[in-house]
Ligand binder design. Sequence first.
Ligand SMILES: NC(=O)c1ccc[n+]([C@@H]2O[C@H](COP(=O)([O-])OP(=O)(O)OC[C@H]3O[C@@H](n4cnc5c(N)ncnc54)[C@H](O)[C@@H]3O)[C@@H](O)[C@H]2O)c1
Length: 356
Amino acid sequence: VTVPARVIRVGGRDPYPVTIGWGISGPEAPGHLRHLLDGAAEVAVVYPGSLTAAAERLAAAVRGAHAPRLHLLAVPDGEAAKEVAVAAGLWARLAGLRLSRADVIVGCGGGATTDLAGFVAGTWLRGVRLVQVPTTLLGMVDAAIGAKTAVNLAAGKNLVGVIHAPAGVLCDLAHLSSLPAAERASGLAEVAKCGFIADPDLLDLLEDPEPHLEELVVRSVAVKARVVAVDLREAGPRETLNYGHTLGHAIERVEGYTWRHGAAISVGMVYAARLAGRVTGLPAAEQERHPRLLHRLGLPVSYRADAWPAVLEAMRADKKARAGTLRFVLLRRIGNPHVVPVDEPLLAATYADVCR
Ligand SMILES: NC(=O)c1ccc[n+]([C@@H]2O[C@H](COP(=O)([O-])OP(=O)(O)OC[C@H]3O[C@@H](n4cnc5c(N)ncnc54)[C@H](O)[C@@H]3O)[C@@H](O)[C@H]2O)c1
C-alpha cells in the first residue's frame, strides 16, 4: 500500500530522514516503520499508557513472518516520564529483554515521551538505534527532531541528557486528530516561531491552519532541519530556534511548569517583537502581526504585570544567559533573526507592552 508521504532529510554527522504523512506509523503503510526496524530482533516501544492505541497501531504495522519481537513498555503520561527513576526502570526492562546493539528503541508519544525514549536509547549500551514517532504537533515540529534528549531533575528541567540522533522520525499526522485544543495550540506556537524566524509563507498558512497541517509540519521541520544540520549543539545559528524562549522559559519557571510550552513562548515572541521594535527596528506592522496571529491561534499574548521581578530573576538564571547580559533572538524583519544583548532597563520598559 502506498500512502503519499513527504521526506525531509536532516543532515550533519548522523543524517536521518523525517517522514511526514497520514497513517505512516500504522498497518495501512507498514513499509516506513519496517524499513527503520530492519535487522533488529527486539524492538522496545516506549509510550505513555494514555496512547495505548497508537502503540498498538505500531505493533500491527510490524506483525508478520520475519518481523522483530515488539515489546510495549508503558511509561507515565507526559512530563512525569522524564524522570531518572523512569529511565532506570526502562534500563532494567531492556536488560531483561537483552536488548542488543542491533536492536531498536521506538519513542511513541509527545515530546516528553520522545525525550525520555531518546535519552534511554542514547545511554543504553552507549547508544542504540532510535526511531521517533511523535504524536503531538510540538513533538513533530520540534521535540522529536534535532537529536537532543533529556530528563529532568528537581534542580531544573532537561539538566541531564545526551545528543543522540534517531535513525528516522515518522510524523504520522493521523495522531493529531485526537490532540486536545491546548496541545494543538502549543505546537502551533512553535510552527509560528519557524515562520517568524525563517519562513514568512508559514505565517500565511497559519491564518487557517486546519487544512494545511501537512504543509505546516513539512515547512517547520525543514526550518529546524536547516539549522540543526549545521549546528548540533547550539552555539551558532541554532540559537535562533530560541526565538521567544528567553521570556517563555522564564514564564514556565514562574508558573511552576503548569503552562504549556507553546503558550509561554507565545508571550515570549510578542515580547521579542516589541523589543525588536526598539532595538533592531522591526517595522510596526511586523510587530503587530505577532499578537494578532498568536491570539487567533488560541495562544496568550500577555502576562501578569506584577510578575516582572520573578520573570527577570528567572531569565537571569536561564542556562543560556551568558556573562551577565541577557541575550535575545530579535528580528530585523520577519525571517531575519539576530542574537542581540539587551540592557535591563530596556527589558523592564518593554515588559509593560506585554502586561495585561
Ligand atoms: N528535545 C528537544 O529538542 C525538545 C524540544 C522541545 C520540547 N521538548 C520537550 O517536549 C516536551 C513537551 O512536548 P509535548 O508538548 O508534546 O508534551 P507531552 O509529551 O507532555 O504531551 C502532552 C500531552 O498530550 C498527550 N498526547 C500526546 N499525543 C497525543 C495524541 N495524539 N492525542 C491525544 N493526546 C496526546 C500526552 O499524553 C500528554 O498528556 C517537554 O518535556 C519539552 O522539554 C524537547
